[in-house]
Design a protein around this ligand. Structure first.
Ligand code: 5GP
Length: 113
């Protein structure tokens, strides 16, 4: 059984976060420790610990995460200049929170990966 993280509490509004978008599938909120002028996390409302726990049944959900990120990038005014979407996976990928999340980063030149 997967263990809930702080993100589940944010999704349920049990913990404060700057939520910029929420629907039946996903929640998006500003990162508490931003790496760029715009740094927003898009998370599924259901707990999926890592990308290794993603299956074909999640494809619509993953698509919603991306379309939500694009919508927010447009709303934030960073779409034309460009932005970066990042998933981290496990230790070597730098994943700290075991609830998959898509980082939306932008508002400045991000340089090469
Ligand atoms: P990861 O390293 O797992 O890919 O990214 C986790 C992200 O979650 C980090 O960028 C970190 O700053 C952010 N984060 C961790 N705890 C909180 C929190 O309580 N609230 C918010 N808004 N972001 C958090």
């Amino acid at each position: 059984m997967s263990t809930e993280t702080i993100f589940s509490k944010i999704i349920r509004h049990e913990m404060t976060a700057d939520i910029v978008y929420q629907d039946i599938l996903v929640t998006a909120f500003r990162d508490i420790s931003p790496c760029a002028p715009t740094h927003i996390l898009i998370v599924p409302n259901i707990l999926i610990p890592t990308l290794n726990n993603v299956y074909p049944s999640h494809e619509a959900l993953l698509g919603r995460m991306i379309t939500t990120a694009v919508k927010i990038a447009k709303d934030e005014g960073i779409a034309e200049d460009g932005y970066r979407l990042v998933f981290n996976c496990n230790k070597n990928g730098g994943q700290e929170i075991s609830h998959i999340h898509l980082h939306l980063l932008g508002g400045m030149p991000l340089g090469p990966i």
